[in-house]
Design a binder for this molecule. Structure first.
Ligand code: UDX
Length: 434
């Protein structure tokens, strides 16, 4: 199959490279000349484990290419994927669809032969209808079908998630489009990976419902963690105890500083807006959004509490700034709330992150960025673990203790064990463990 992928952001690039690896001929198109130049030189603009090798291999074998002008690729394509950004619109939290609409306009002018137009971007319910209308208006003669095919990729594990997904969701009622989509995903072991064909609006909603449910699950365990602290229970054991029930499942039950990233905060908010506009408010999700926003801000208070209630004149070391490990993505990362809140309480903040510091430096004022975890910890009154990078799990704790002004650790990801840390002489605070 021939594929044109519009947008070489996170989703577009990973999906394009993986489809090429499935054996399809893929052109990734982007309006940003510097991005295309970098990709053509073999530079990957994002940090995602394994993506550089995957791209290099498929470029070398002639299945993957990049283009500033998508005309040729779109004309030749069996399937054109729209994988452009849908950021939160300033002010109202609705998804901003201007890039999606622009892509539809462009595609409309170029379609030749039967073409499946696929939305990979996360788009509100009804966007497929809108894209169909835009194309139909410009090109009443075009032979095409608009399909919804949401992605469920986790950053840091995106290639694995693309190649071994729990399911593929395809929203279309068009028989020819079904065949094309089936053929595109045929290299997945379809005995193991169900393709769920649904109506287009249903598929669009599945993406939001999945993200909202996971965000709610995290928020649930975060609230349980707070309760555990009050009643002397252990949230990790609670998570295991409930997660072993198949109806609940053990994943997404790690208590922490609140969820961040490019999807959960934006998609929960967009779902809240869609639902309230439709007259069917989703109150569970409204509450989830509120709890999570407040939680991220409240984390600085925990640090203050361990240091005796006051942060004036104190120095705090943050280990980890990205919203999760194995990514350089800073979007809606808890650190963006925690660092300013610490500063507002009078603390000086110094920080280290293995991949996120270049981006963090643009977003955080007054933070001293250090070259490594030990440099970040040196002279601080407390060290706060904000992101569970593997290298922070294997710190030389005696060295950390020596470098700190006071042996205080606030572990917001529960990567260490309270009894071990106390035995080593740390004042140690974690989430939901008494
Ligand atoms: C998420 C969805 O998992 C993915 O299916 C969707 O397509 C995009 O959004 P991603 O944002 O990359 O993926 O990361 P994910 O691993 O889901 O983590 C999101 C946030 O939740 C992170 O801030 C993470 O730290 C937090 N989280 C996750 C928890 O606090 N506890 C958990 O148990 C799991």
């Amino acid at each position: 199959m021939r594929v044109a992928m519009i947008g070489t952001g996170y989703v577009g690039l990973v999906s394009g490279a993986c489809f090429a690896d499935f054996g399809h001929v893929v052109t990734c198109v982007d309006k940003d000349p510097s991005k295309i130049e970098r990709l053509e030189r073999g530079e990957i603009p994002i940090f995602e484990p394994g993506l550089d090798d995957l791209v290099a291999r498929n470029v070398r074998d002639g299945r993957l290419s990049f283009a500033l002008d998508g005309a040729e690729a779109i004309r030749a394509a069996d399937a054109v994927f729209i994988a452009v950004g849908t950021p939160s619109r300033r002010g109202d939290g609705h998804a901003d669809l201007s890039y999606v609409h622009a892509a539809a306009e462009e595609i409309a002018g170029l379609i030749e032969g039967f073409t499946v137009v696929v939305t990979k971007s996360t788009v509100p319910v009804g966007t497929g209808d809108e894209i169909e209308r835009i194309i139909r208006e410009r090109r009443p003669d075009a032979d095409f079908a608009v399909v919804s095919n949401p992605e469920f990729l986790r950053e840091g594990a995106a290639i694995e998630d693309f190649k071994r997904p729990d399911r593929v969701v395809v929203g279309t009622e068009d028989e020819r489009a079904r065949e094309v989509m089936h053929e595109l995903y045929r290299p997945l072991n379809l005995n193991e990976t169900p393709i769920l064909f649904t109506g287009r609006r249903t598929s669009e909603l599945i993406k939001y419902a999945a993200n909202a449910f996971l965000a709610m699950k995290i928020t649930f365990i975060n609230e349980m963690a707070d309760l555990c602290e009050k009643v002397g229970a252990d949230v990790q054991q609670v998570a295991r105890g409930i997660g072993l029930d198949n109806r609940i499942g053990g994943k997404f039950l790690h208590a922490g500083p609140g969820y961040g990233g490019s999807c959960f905060p934006k998609d929960t908010l967009a779902l809240v807006r869609t639902a309230s506009d439709a007259g069917a408010p989703v109150r569970l999700i409204e509450t989830t959004v509120e709890i999570n926003d407040a939680r991220k801000k409240a984390m600085a208070g925990r640090v203050a509490q361990v240091l005796g209630g006051d942060l004036k004149g104190k120095r705090v070391a943050l280990l980890g700034l990205t919203f999760k490990p194995n990514t350089d993505d800073m979007r809606d990362a808890p650190s963006l709330d925690v660092a300013p809140a610490l500063q507002a309480m009078g603390a000086e903040v110094q920080a280290f992150d293995p991949e996120g510091m270049a981006e963090a430096a643009k977003l955080l004022d007054g933070v001293a960025f250090k070259d490594g975890p030990y440099e970040a910890v040196e002279g601080a009154d407390a060290v706060v673990i904000l992101t569970e990078w593997n290298q922070f799990r294997a710190l030389d704790l005696d060295r950390v203790k020596r470098l700190l002004r006071q042996p205080v650790m606030v572990d917001l990801r529960n990567i260490y064990r309270p009894e071990d840390m106390r035995a080593r002489g740390f004042r140690y605070s974690s989430i939901g463990r008494g």
